[in-house]
Design a protein around this ligand. Structure first.
Ligand SMILES: [Zn+2]
Length: 344
C-alpha cells in the first residue's frame, strides 16, 4: 500500500497530510455559497481558492489591494491555510490572460500558503498535438514560476499528461530544472469516469517523485479512498457544494443519494451535527445544512480510512468491502490494486 502520512511545513504552521482542501467559490460570478466550515470540522482548516477569479473580481481585488486580507474576505480566521491554484481550469476553454509572474504576484497578495503554477488543462476532445502543446506550455510556465518564486509559501508545479510516460518524464524534467515543493496533477476531471486510466496516471506520478503529490479536483466520496490508497498526499473537491445543489446527499462508505429517493425516511443515516438533530424534511429545505452535511461526509470518509490504516486492520480488506456495493467502482479498485502490485 502506498498510503502515507506526512507533514507540510507551511508559513502558517504544519499541516498533516493526507488532507482534503474544500473548494471555495470566492471570486466567482455566483456568490461564494460555501457555508462556514472552518472551526466546525477540525481537519478542514484549509481551503482551495482560484487566484485568477479573485484577481478578476473588482471590487474584491480593489479591497485586497488596499489591505483587506483574503481571509477577511472569506470570513475565516487569519491562520486558515490557503492553496491558491492559478485558475488554469478556466483556460481549457478561455485564452490565457496571465503570466507566471502575474499569477505569483496575485498568490502573494492573497498570502497563499501553497501556490499552484499556471497551467492549461488537457481535453479528451483535443487532438494529440494540441494536448502536447498544452503540456509543454504548462511545463514552461512552471519553470518560469520557479525562477520568480521567492520561497514564501510552497510552490507546486501543475503537471498534465494522458499517458504514464509523459507524466513521469514531466515530473523528472521539472525536478531537474526547477525548484518545487511538490507536484499537482491536473486534467483528471474530464477523464474521471475512466478509472483505469486515472489510477494508472496517478500511480505514475506517485512513483516519479517522493515529494508532495496533489491531485486537482478528484476529492469526492468515491475517489477519496482510492487516492489515499495510491499514496496521494492531498486533493480538493467541490463535490459537497455541487451535490447539495443537486439535492444529493453524500453517504460515507456509499456515495451520493438523491434525497427524492429516500423521502420516506425521517432520520438520515449520519450522526453529524447537522443530521444528528434535524429530520430529512428540514435538511431538504435547507441547502446550507445539506452542504455542511456533505462536507462532514467527506471528513468521515477520510477519518474512516485513517482509522483502518492506523489500527491493525487490513486496508485492502476494508476497500474490498468499501467498493463492494458498486460494480464500476469495485472494478476501479481491483484495477488499482493490480497496477500497484505490478509496481511494488
Ligand atoms: Zn450528516
Amino acid at each position: 500500500m502506498l498510503y502515507r502520512r506526512r507533514k507540510l511545513d507551511l508559513p502558517r504552521g504544519e499541516l498533516d497530510t493526507p488532507v482534503l482542501f474544500p473548494v471555495r467559490n470566492i471570486g466567482k460570478r455566483s456568490s461564494d455559497n460555501t457555508p462556514t466550515y472552518v472551526g466546525t470540522i477540525p481537519e478542514f482548516s484549509a481551503a482551495m481558492i482560484n487566484a485568477r477569479s479573485i484577481r478578476n473580481r473588482d471590487p474584491m481585488w480593489q479591497r485586497i489591494s488596499n489591505g483587506v486580507t483574503l481571509r477577511e474576505e472569506m470570513d475565516v480566521p487569519e491562520d486558515t491555510i490557503v492553496f491558491a491554484d492559478s485558475g488554469g481550469f478556466d483556460f481549457a476553454n478561455e485564452e490565457v490572460d496571465t503570466t507566471p509572474a502575474k499569477t505569483l504576484d496575485t498568490q502573494r497578495q492573497l498570502d497563499a500558503d501553497i501556490l499552484g503554477t499556471v497551467d492549461i488543462p488537457l481535453s479528451r476532445e483535443n487532438r494529440a498535438a494540441e494536448n502536447q502543446r498544452r503540456i509543454d506550455q504548462s511545463i514552461e510556465y512552471a519553470l518560469k514560476a520557479s525562477d520568480h518564486h521567492d520561497g514564501k509559501g510552497l510552490l507546486f508545479a501543475s503537471v498534465h499528461g494522458y499517458d504514464p510516460e509523459t507524466i513521469r518524464n514531466n515530473i523528472q524534467y521539472l525536478e531537474k530544472n526547477g525548484e518545487f515543493d511538490g507536484f499537482a496533477l491536473g486534467s483528471m476531471v474530464p477523464i474521471r469516469t475512466d478509472y483505469k486510466k486515472v489510477t494508472k496516471l496517478i500511480l505514475s506520478a506517485r512513483n516519479a517523485t517522493d515529494k508532495h503529490l496533489h491531485v486537482y479536483g478528484l476529492g469526492g466520496l468515491v475517489y477519496q479512498p482510492l487516492l489515499l490508497y495510491l499514496g496521494v498526499d492531498s486533493f480538493d473537491s467541490s463535490a459537497f457544494i455541487r451535490s447539495a445543489g443537486n439535492r444529493n446527499y453524500l453517504i460515507p462508505g456509499f456515495g451520493g443519494e438523491e434525497l427524492r429517493n429516500i423521502e420516506e425516511l425521517d432520520r438520515l443515516p449520519c450522526p453529524c451535527p447537522v443530521c444528528g438533530q434535524k429530520e430529512l424534511d428540514e435538511i431538504r429545505e435547507d441547502r446550507t445544512a445539506l452542504t455542511q452535511h456533505n462536507l462532514w461526509a467527506l471528513a468521515t470518509e477520510l477519518r474512516r480510512f485513517r482509522y483502518v490504516a492506523e489500527s491493525d486492520r487490513d486496508v485492502e480488506e476494508y476497500l474490498d468491502l468499501r467498493f463492494s456495493g458498486n460494480k464500476v467502482t469495485k472494478r476501479a479498485y481491483e484495477t488499482a490494486k493490480q497496477q500497484m502490485r505490478r509496481l511494488t
